[in-house]
Design a protein around this ligand. Structure first.
Ligand SMILES: *Cc1c(COP(=O)(O)O)cnc(C)c1O
Length: 386
C-alpha cells in the first residue's frame, strides 16, 4: 500500500514547541494565561486591528456564543447557508431556534443573495423576522459578502460570518471574518492553522468580546464566592492550545501561499481534462486562501464517484463537497429557499488533498490517478466502438 495522502493534516512550524515549553516552565498550562492574550493579539493584528478577538475552545463554541450575543432564543428563526458543515447550523438548535436554509449561488458556491432576500421577505410575510443570518465562506472562497451585508443592513438583521475555513482570505482587500457583526474562526486540526482544537469570536463591538469572554468562563459574577446571574459555558481556549496557535501565526502567511500553490498546481496539471472544473475566484475582488482545492466533475462517461473511488483505492484521502443541510435527515422539514445549485454541487463536487505539507510528488500522484480514470475510460470507449 502506498503511503496515505491526507486531505488536510496539521502542519507545525518551528516555534510551536518552544511556546509550549514556555507554558510548561511557568506552569501556565490552563486555563487562559499569557499565550491566550498573545494569540488573540496576533489574530487581531492579522485581521487589521479594527476588530477584537476572543479565543475559544472551538469554532462551534464561537458560533454558539455569537447566537447568544445576538439574542437568539427559543422559537426564533435564523437564516443559514444550506451548503456547509453541520457545525454552522447546529448552534441554532442549541438555542431552541429554527434554522431556515438558503441555497448557494454558482460563482462562489456560498449563500445566494437573491434567495436570501426571498427568504427574509417570505419569513416576514409569515409573521416572523429572522433574528440573524449565518453566511459561510466555504473552502476559503469569499461569499458575495458585500451584497449579503447590504441586504442584511436593509432589513436590519445581524450577520454571523462563519470564516472557519477562510482565515487569510479577503474580499476587496478586507479580511474575511471582519464583515459580519460577529465573525467566527476555527483552529481545528484540518484547518489552515490549528491549535489542535480551538476557535475564535471576532467583532468590532467591544461589548460582544467582553460578553463572550464572560460567558465562555462560566459567567462568573465578580464576587469572592461563586455567584452567577447568567447561564455560562466552559468555552475558553487553554494556554497550551494558544501556545500552538502563536507558533502557527508565525507561519500563517507561508501556509496561505502553500495552499494557493496547491491550487495553481492542480489548475495547471488538470487543464487538459475539460470535464474537470476547479473552483476559482470569480474576479480579482475575491482572494481565497484555497484552504481546499475543489473540483466540479462535468457529466461524461466519468462520474465524481469514479474519481473518488480511484483516489481512495490508491490510499488518497478525498471527500465529496459538503452535503447541504436541507438534505440532511436531522434537518428534514426545516424551511428551505432556493433551487438545486447546492444539490448539484454535492452530487458532482470533490475536495482534493490540499494540505500545506503535501509534496510535489504527492500532488503528482493525485493528478496521475485522476488522469488515469479518464484515459481508461477513453480506451474502453474506443474498444467498444471498434
Ligand atoms: C470547521 C468548521 C466549523 C467548526 O469549527 P470547530 O472548531 O471544528 O468547532 C464551523 N463551520 C465550518 C464551515 C467549518 O468548516
Amino acid at each position: 500500500m502506498k503511503p496515505k495522502i491526507w486531505l488536510s493534516s496539521p502542519h507545525m512550524g518551528e516555534k510551536e514547541l518552544s511556546y509550549i515549553n514556555e507554558a510548561f516552565a511557568s506552569n501556565w498550562i490552563a486555563p487562559l494565561g499569557p499565550h491566550v492574550d498573545g494569540f488573540e493579539h496576533d489574530l487581531q493584528t492579522f485581521l487589521g486591528g479594527d476588530v477584537q478577538v476572543a479565543a475559544l475552545s472551538s469554532g462551534t463554541a464561537a458560533l454558539h456564543l455569537a447566537l447568544i450575543l445576538l439574542g437568539v432564543g427559543a422559537g426564533d428563526e435564523v437564516i443559514c447557508q444550506s451548503m456547509t458543515f453541520a457545525a454552522s447550523a447546529n448552534p441554532i438548535v442549541y438555542q431552541g431556534a429554527l434554522p431556515v436554509f438558503v441555497d448557494s449561488e454558482e460563482s462562489t458556491w456560498n449563500m445566494s443573495p437573491d434567495y436570501l432576500e426571498q427568504a427574509i421577505q417570505h419569513r416576514i410575510k409569515l409573521g416572523k423576522k429572522p433574528k440573524a443570518i449565518i453566511v459561510v465562506h466555504l473552502y476559503g472562497m469569499p461569499a458575495q459578502i458585500d451584497r449579503i451585508m447590504e441586504i442584511a443592513r436593509f432589513y436590519g438583521i445581524p450577520v454571523v460570518e462563519d470564516a472557519a475555513e477562510a482565515l487569510g482570505s479577503s474580499f476587496k482587500g478586507q479580511p474575511l471574518g471582519t464583515f459580519g457583526d460577529i465573525g467566527v474562526l476555527s483552529f481545528n486540526g484540518n484547518k489552515i492553522i490549528t491549535t489542535s482544537g480551538g476557535g475564535a469570536l471576532v467583532s468590532a463591538n467591544g461589548d460582544f468580546i467582553r460578553q463572550a469572554r464572560f460567558l465562555a468562563t462560566q459567567a462568573l459574577d465578580p464576587a469572592p464566592h461563586y455567584q452567577h446571574s447568567q447561564i455560562g459555558y466552559n468555552y475558553r481556549m487553554s494556554n497550551v492550545c494558544a501556545a500552538i496557535g502563536r507558533g502557527q501565526m508565525e507561519v500563517l502567511h507561508q501556509r496561505i501561499r502553500q495552499r494557493r500553490n496547491n491550487f495553481l498546481f492542480y489548475k495547471d496539471a488538470l487543464s487538459t481534462i475539460s470535464e474537470i472544473q476547479l473552483a476559482e475566484e470569480p474576479s480579482p475582488d475575491y482572494y481565497s486562501n484555497h484552504w481546499l482545492t475543489t473540483i466540479l466533475v462535468a457529466e461524461s462517461h466519468v462520474t465524481r464517484e469514479d474519481l473518488r473511488t480511484a483516489l481512495v483505492a490508491d490510499n488518497i484521502d478525498c471527500r465529496p463537497l459538503w452535503k447541504p443541510m436541507h438534505l440532511q435527515p436531522v434537518y428534514a422539514g426545516a424551511p428551505y429557499y432556493g433551487g438545486t445549485t447546492s444539490e448539484q454541487l454535492f452530487a458532482n463536487g470533490l475536495c482534493l488533498p490540499s494540505g500545506s505539507n503535501l509534496t510535489e510528488a504527492d500532488l503528482d500522484r493525485v493528478v496521475g490517478q485522476l488522469v488515469n480514470v479518464y484515459q481508461r475510460q477513453l480506451i474502453q470507449t474506443t474498444l467498444v466502438k471498434n
